[in-house]
Write a protein that binds this ligand. Sequence first.
Ligand SMILES: [Zn+2]
Length: 95
Amino acid sequence: MSRSKRTEIRTETREMWIVHRAPLETAAADCGECPEPSPLISMTEACSLTGITSEIVCALMATGAIHFSVASDGQLLICTRTLCRSQNEMSKLVG
Ligand SMILES: [Zn+2]
């Protein structure tokens, strides 16, 4: 009686982006809704960082999936924490 022994090696890769940026000239605000500090970024930055279109970001903001704030100058600011979370969830759906 022969017994074969099989060794399986699994590797798991996770991708994590850590974005370091120079401090903004204006004081960078944190999201007021997140329990932990989460910097707010502009819509342009949000789209270029994630590859998500502004239409989808707006739709996610409307559902509450992405936090946002409006600066005193009227600029829309997006919460990076919920933005990244939404991006992760979208990438799961896409495959
Ligand atoms: Zn937030």
